[in-house]
Design a protein around this ligand. Structure first.
Ligand SMILES: Cc1ncc(COP(=O)(O)O)c(C=O)c1O
Length: 417
């Protein structure tokens, strides 16, 4: 496996080892987590839509437990922007693990965490030089909501329809991609969330602002279908929100770290910026970056931190993130995303598939059920997830080069013929 291999399949997908392993999974994992469409282990090929079980990944490739090689066009939910198992990320994590795996959250920092906080201040939009680290995207958004409450004294939040900000209970009420996520927990979710349509009028925005401490925008909405919010609308919303004393946060958990062709997708510096996914190249790490003024609202720690967690600033994740930041700047990752994004769009559009999004964050309109197309592609060794009912979301790594793009577009054409 080179990291840029074409799909190479030795068994039907899923293969027998994957099917056997998923049988065990189904016995021991909460059934809501991994989708299983077949209920009999002897079903194969088109009759079996169980997932493949991953064994190894490198660059754009994933090898499953049956030895089949796949191409991951999601880059593991957008995490492996530099490619799976980037050698410098692996080396940094190995070095750190052999020295110090765990420090003590708010009680005792370690050198990697301090270096990362300084590095984050260096890549953040102007003025966002203070951070709260977390482990997941949900953690980062949770920290943004809490910061806004402390900084403004107001608990209301404005979000944009089709936005996704994670499923942890503190942030669940902010997502509007699917009511099914929220409905069973309705009594427990944030009670003061107003979801406005993208591009809504300033009058509608102003009417929603009283009591609002945070306006949370995803400059390119990922899970909601790879829709870019218009830059001038974002700027108008930010201006109106700030003039009413609310903070503006950008959720760049999926769009950040260069994926859209620039380091950050938002057109201006917000008050708070959430980053995760690609930040540590595969290690669970996230951050809510903020202005010193917004973060000062937390006050000083008196020894009992108002916000922390056991694994805050995990040293191995911090070391991996430092490597990612270094490689991103040295290799011109944002510029590569922009160039590859143009190639993707041109190839897709030439083949009759309208594409939207920015850089390597693409939505492909199929005009038919995306789940069935995603599964048919999966049986040919292409990992590509739906982003909405009729579109495919592509968040490939920078390792997916032209021969792979061409081969994928051919497969997509065949599957949709
Ligand atoms: C824009 C955005 N925000 C937040 C999240 C939640 O991140 P996590 O799943 O790491 O909690 C995601 C995950 O897909 C996301 O795309």
């Amino acid at each position: 496996m080179t990291g840029s291999d074409l799909p190479s399949l030795a068994t039907p997908i899923p293969g027998p080892r994957s099917r056997g392993a998923v049988e065990i999974l189904a016995r021991h994992e909460c059934p809501a987590i991994t989708a299983r469409r077949s209920r009999r282990a002897d079903q194969i090929g088109a009759d079996n839509d169980d997932p493949i079980v991953w064994d190894e990944a490198l660059g754009a490739n994933v090898r499953d437990v049956d030895g089949n090689i796949h191409v991951d066009l999601s880059s593991g939910f957008g995490v492996a922007l530099l490619g799976h198992r980037h050698p410098e990320v692996v080396a940094a994590a190995q070095r750190q693990a052999s020295r110090l795996i765990h420090a003590m959250g708010d009680a005792f920092p370690d050198a990697r965490r301090i270096a990362l906080l300084e590095a984050l201040a260096g890549i953040a939009p102007a003025g966002l030089d203070v951070a709260i680290l977390g482990l997941s995207g949900s953690d980062a958004v949770d920290a943004a909501v809490k910061t806004a409450v402390l900084a403004t004294g107001r608990t209301g939040v404005i979000v944009v329809q089709r936005g996704y900000h994670g499923l942890a209970l503190g942030v669940l009420g902010l997502q509007t991609t699917s009511p099914a996520f929220t409905e069973p927990f309705r009594a427990l979710v944030h009670p003061e969330v107003r979801a406005l349509p993208s591009g809504c009028s300033l009058a509608d925005l102003k009417a929603a602002l009283p009591g609002v401490g945070l306006v949370l925008l995803e400059p390119v909405q990922g899970r909601g279908g790879m829709h870019s919010l218009p830059d001038d609308w974002i700027e108008e919303v930010a201006f109106a929100a700030r003039s009413q004393g609310a903070l503006v946060a950008f959720d760049e958990i999926q769009s950040g770290m260069g994926r859209t062709g620039s380091m950050w997708a938002g057109p201006i510096a917000p008050d708070l910026l959430c980053v995760g996914k690609a930040l540590a190249g595969g290690f669970p790490l996230s951050a809510c970056l903020g202005t010193g003024e917004a973060m000062a609202a937390w006050g000083l720690s008196t020894g009992e931190a108002l916000h922390t967690q056991t694994f805050l600033g995990h040293p191995v994740g911090c070391a991996a993130a430092l490597a990612v930041i270094h490689v991103t700047a040295r290799d011109g990752v944002p510029e590569r995303c922009r160039a590859l994004g143009s190639t993707w769009r041109a190839r897709l559009e030439n083949a009759g598939f309208p594409a939207r999004g920015r850089g390597l964050m693409l939505g492909v309109e199929l005009g038919r059920g995306a789940l069935a197309v995603s599964r048919a592609l999966g049986r040919r060794g292409w990992i590509a997830l739906p982003a909405g009912p009729t579109s495919l979301g592509l968040t490939p790594s920078v390792c997916v080069d032209e021969p792979l793009i061409d081969a994928f577009v051919d497969s997509l054409r065949t599957v949709c013929a």
